[in-house]
Design a protein around this ligand. Structure first.
Ligand code: HEC
Length: 408
């Protein structure tokens, strides 16, 4: 794909995705908080569990919750669903655009498994679909009668999933796909359970029947799952930009620690908002988990290992991308001379401990793999080297430009 189109398309899809996710998560946090803030009033009408008063933007709001449904269908009923659908669709588009569109750069690590872009995409999309069925079956099974048991099995499932992705994808793609499967559960919960259940209740109301409370209850459980999934999912989405989070063989352990940290932080707010006290210990647990995760991440880079007194592990040699020739010697000299002090398995630039964004530019093979990134960062723009710290000459950029033009 044309690099400018890829860059701008990626930016616009990401913009949409982040805005949709803010709207969805914002609404979801708001309703969790609202639910927890409801207080019974002395004149609480039958069929309602509580009221809440809120002040926002210069006005007062009075909200009331009906446990199953009001007696009659209200004239204006606001649904909350498009934020969730938009988040999933834009996220899926971004996944395809970045990871399947530039599979060589992001999805496939030939030292892990040399699969084709198509195979990679099929595995990724297949995992999203199968992941939903597995989760849905789990929640509908007898196991779900115990919340703790369900949480334990769900936790083990996600950690195993991360391990599975790690066997076929780059570390970066493994972390992102783990988050994407969980995000698909969240969107699936809205599309396939919460909204359909609410529709049944609305249909009953219109027909003058009393709706069965089980529909609301099931929807509430799924909504609760979404609440606990949110923080880890957002972490996995962001962490793919931070190589110390994913370039470790212990990636499933990092995933496990983040799942615990995210869940206990949500737990703190759920308890506090419901007026059941403030379980401060949950912050201690979250901090400990994240510290261990950071420690694991740091110990995966050669320099980090040296500092910790561990034996060095160098990454396996990377082959050239399929069907590509090695870059000319002149190009290799420019790039190793101006870029590889930071972009190497063992960077020598002060303050850089791991190749930024996981981009390695220290061998002809790595340089060939990063051709598109070099074009965007060092030829079309002068974003790299940052502030031209290594004093790259215009002539050297021209050498890169000539190579990239010939390469097509
Ligand atoms: C002084 C250290 C340093 C040098 C030298 C350097 N880079 Fe970088 N590079 C970075 C940092 C830091 C980032 C991460 C920037 C960010 O967070 O957006 C980065 C990111 C990148 C990325 C990934 C961009 C992205 O957002 O995915 C590419 C590609 C890249 N550099 C190419 C190069 C090239 C080509 C050169 C040489 C011409 C070079 N870099 C020289 C530090 C350096």
């Amino acid at each position: 794909m044309d690099p400018i189109l890829h860059e701008w398309g990626g930016l616009l899809i990401r913009w949409t995705h982040v805005i949709a996710a803010m709207a969805w998560i914002g609404a979801s946090f708001y309703f969790m908080h609202l639910d927890a803030s409801l207080r019974r009033e002395s004149d609480q009408p039958a069929g309602t569990t509580g009221d809440a008063w809120e002040v926002h933007g210069g006005g007062f709001y009075h909200v009331r919750k009906y446990v199953v449904a009001p007696e009659r269908m209200p004239e204006h009923l606001i649904w909350h669903k498009w934020q969730a659908y938009m988040t999933w669709f834009s996220g899926f588009a971004l996944l395809c655009w970045v990871y399947y569109g530039s599979a060589d750069l992001y999805l496939i690590d030939p030292t892990v498994r040399d699969i084709s872009a198509l195979t990679g995409a099929a595995i990724g999309i297949g995992a999203l679909v199968l992941g939903w069925f597995a989760y849905n079956l789990l929640v509908q099974s007898r196991l779900a009668e115990s919340e703790m048991l369900l949480a334990g099995v769900g936790f083990a499932f996600v950690v195993a999933l991360a391990w599975g992705f790690q066997q076929v994808f780059s570390g970066r793609a493994a972390m992102l796909h783990t988050g994407a499967v969980m995000a698909t559960w969240m969107a699936g919960n809205v599309l396939l359970v919460i909204i359909p259940n609410q529709r049944v209740v609305v249909r009953d109301l219109i027909a003058g029947r009393t709706p069965d409370p089980k529909y609301g209850k099931t929807a509430k459980i799924r909504s609760m799952h979404n609440n606990y999934l949110t923080l880890p999912v957002v972490f996995f989405m962001l962490a793919n930009h931070y190589p110390t989070a994913w370039s470790t063989p212990l990636l499933p352990v990092v995933v496990a620690l983040v799942l615990i940290a995210g869940a206990v932080i949500r737990y703190f707010y759920n308890e506090r908002n419901a007026g059941r006290g403030s379980p401060w210990w949950s912050w201690g647990v979250a901090a400990a988990c994240l510290l261990i995760a950071a420690f694991i991440g740091i110990s995966s880079s050669p320099i980090g290992r040296e500092r910790l007194g561990l034996a060095a592990v160098m990454p396996a040699a990377m082959p050239l991308p399929p069907g590509q020739a090695a870059p000319p010697q002149q190009v290799v000299e420019v790039v190793t001379g101006r870029c590889s002090m930071c972009h190497a398995a063992q960077p020598v630039w002060t303050g850089i401990h791991i190749a930024p964004k996981g981009v390695l530019l220290d061998t002809p093979e790595h340089i060939a793999r990063q051709a598109e990134g070099i074009l965007i960062q060092a030829v079309m723009t002068h974003a790299m080297p940052p502030n031209n710290l290594t004093g790259m000459e215009p002539e050297e950029r021209r050498i890169l430009a000539d190579w990239l033009r010939r390469r097509g």
